[in-house]
Design a protein around this ligand. Structure first.
Ligand code: PEP
Length: 250
């Protein structure tokens, strides 16, 4: 089984209007053409414009969420097919801000993963424990349970990525110890192999939560860390490209 190409994905969250495309263009201009996949996941309103602006550049475009249904009376929602048509090839699903802020369950995340696959999008499926769960010694159990329940069997043979994002590390400047990151990533890998057999060795497992230029290289060098999901630092081309440059082999 070959090692997955690392993926560094920027999650712009609810940030950015037209002028922010200049940062995306700067990221595209500095993105390596080999050894790493670089992706940007802007708000739904920017997906099409960013895909057009970066056409031909070594940057993939992703959505930040999609509905589990292909169409229908779901005011305010966006379907996977709509994202695909707008130029996305990836979609973040089950981000903790969706799980906490919108009450998304593992079952709903799994249904969204199915919808993404139907539309030809590669899902980036987020899991992670809260601070209380870590302090209670339950981080591994919580994360591996989320992996089992959020990843449908239909992912077998499909391209997908899992992102380990401790809730308490997102946007806080806090990160787990390197040993703790390794421990969780190894547990996720073991769970993927348990679920998908040898094919469970293929998907990259990203780390997310306060990845910055000053800590990226040491995190990205850890065993089973196959890239990063980056929030705040992905909004500035110089910071995001410095994180990309920290990928081993780049
Ligand atoms: C995120 O929202 O996925 C994230 C990792 O945010 P930040 O890098 O800002 O902690």
């Amino acid at each position: 089984m070959t090692t997955p190409t690392p993926l560094i994905a920027g999650n712009w969250k609810m940030n950015g209007t037209g002028p922010a495309l200049s940062e995306a263009r700067a990221i595209a201009a500095g993105a390596p053409t080999a050894g790493v996949r670089v992706a940007l996941c802007p708000a739904a309103t920017l997906v099409e414009r960013m895909a057009t602006a970066l056409a031909g550049a070594p940057v993939e475009i992703g959505g930040q969420d999609c509905h589990s249904q292909a169409s229908g009376a779901f005011t305010g929602d966006v379907s996977a097919e709509m994202l695909r048509e707008a130029g996305a090839t990836l979609v973040i699903l089950g981000h903790s801000e969706r799980r906490a802020g919108h009450g998304e369950t593992d079952e709903q995340v799994a249904a969204k993963v199915e919808a993404a696959l139907q539309a030809g999008l590669e899902p980036i499926i987020c899991v992670g424990e809260t601070r209380a769960e870590r302090e209670a010694g339950r981080a591994l159990a919580v994360v591996t349970d989320q992996v089992r329940a959020s990843l449908p069997g239909s992912l077998t043979g499909k391209a997908f990525t899992v992102a380990y994002e401790p809730v308490w590390a997102i946007g806080t400047g806090l990160t787990p110890s390197l040993d703790d990151i390794t421990e969780v990533h190894q547990a996720i890998r073991a769970t993927l192999v348990e679920m998908f057999g040898p094919a469970g060795a293929a998907p990259a497992i990203l780390y997310g939560g306060s990845v910055k230029p000053n800590n990226a290289a040491e995190i990205l060098a850890l065993p089973e860390v196959g890239g990063a999901l980056v929030g705040g630092a992905s909004l500035k081309a110089s910071e995001f490209l410095a994180i990309v440059a920290g990928t081993p082999g780049v």
